[in-house]
Design a protein around this ligand. Structure first.
Ligand code: ATP
Ligand code: FE2
Length: 335
């Protein structure tokens, strides 16, 4: 593929354009995230936000690499999974640009894009993946030409759980980074912390996970007088340990020695450390991409589009979005 591949990400709060060059080398995205003043995300409001900022961001992404639209030779977009109204905006923009420039369109799987940008950034070959984002929490491994989900959340994504807990404490979206900060403050004042009085339920269900019970119990601790900092620390320890436990079991079963983190919650230093410790204990390695490629970004969509474009493109007639697209629905056709 000659020229540049544009990637368009609109699964949820964020509209992001990204680029990879003809060799598939990634360049930083141009992004804008809707941050509601109060309450959770409203899909239509997010979609309106994406429409409003798209023109400006498209100009910005071209300007960042001093390109003109004619340098784009392929357009990829998140076809799913995600919020319907948001996905539809991204698909419409992608169709428009692809038709206008008369270049191929490639609809890609958002979850698989998180994985592939991580593989590219960290130089992993065949890792077990711990994909921890707002909407998703999955432990994944490549098997027979697909990314198979070996374990996942049975209720809400770990990031949504952190955001919801934070919101109940008056902390605006995204709550995850603030919880991390509060947990660090707690540790600074309590270098040898104890779980006494801060215990939360066990989130592991076989190979799966469940987080809503953790969130309710954490709220109850606050109502009973525990400090916000101490509960943030305990919530992180419990939720992350559960994820790491399932990831470890996946490594044991598959015999794989690399662990790769992805998704917005992978920005968290504590989960990165826990993964490092677990992998090292097993004579393996743990990897996490730079934070700008953990959160939702157009560059990862461009990277997967670039990988897939040699084998398949998306006809307009099959370019509809799929809110419920699963990680294992996408055949791995690239090396
Ligand atoms: P997906 O569609 O893959 O579920 P998403 O829409 O949730 O993605 P991401 O950007 O992948 O978007 O993840 C956002 C989530 O990451 C939010 O829940 C946010 O609180 C969380 N997050 C970001 N930084 C941190 C951090 N340092 N610690 C914990 N959570 C974090
Ligand atoms: Fe994501």
């Amino acid at each position: 593929m000659s020229g540049w591949t544009l990637g368009i990400e609109t699964t949820a709060h964020t509209l992001s354009f990204g680029l990879v060059n003809a060799e598939g080398e990634p360049f930083p995205s141009a992004s804008d995230t809707l941050r509601p003043d109060q309450g959770g995300i409203h899909p239509r409001e997010a979609a309106d936000h994406h429409k409003d900022v798209a023109g400006r961001l498209f100009g910005q992404i071209l300007e960042q690499q001093s390109l003109s639209p004619s340098d784009i030779t392929s357009v990829s977009y998140s076809q799913g999974p995600g919020l319907g109204p948001c996905l539809r905006v991204g698909a419409a923009i992608a169709r428009g640009i692809s038709t206008r420039l008369n270049v191929p369109l490639v609809g890609v799987n958002h979850c698989v894009a998180h994985i592939e940008i991580g593989r590219q950034q960290c130089g992993c070959n065949d890792p077990v993946l711990l994909y921890v984002s707002g909407g998703n929490t999955q432990v994944i491994a490549r098997l027979n030409g697909r990314y198979r989900v070996l374990g996942e959340t049975l209720d809400i994504g770990i990031g949504n759980m952190l955001d919801k807990f934070a919101r109940a404490q008056g902390i605006p979206f995204p709550g995850g980074p603030v919880i991390e900060q509060k947990a660090n403050e707690y540790l600074k004042n309590n270098p040898n912390p104890s779980m006494e009085g801060l215990r939360l339920p066990y989130a592991v269900r076989g190979m799966d996970l469940a987080f809503s019970g953790l969130m309710t119990a954490a709220q109850r601790l606050i109502e009973n007088g525990a400090s916000l900092e101490s509960v943030c620390w305990s919530l992180q320890e419990h939720a992350f340990a559960a994820c790491v436990e399932v990831a470890e079991r996946a490594m044991a079963h598959t015999g794989k020695r690399e662990l790769l983190l992805g998704g917005g919650v992978a920005c968290n230093e504590r989960i990165r450390t826990m993964c490092d410790e677990m992998a090292t204990d097993r004579d393996g390695t743990s990897h996490a991409p730079p934070k700008m490629y953990c959160i939702d970004n157009g560059t990862m969509i461009a990277r997967l589009g670039w990988l897939e474009a040699t084998k398949r493109t998306t006809q307009l007639s099959e370019s509809a979005i799929d809110q419920y697209l699963r990680t294992d629905q996408t055949p791995i056709v690239w090396p």
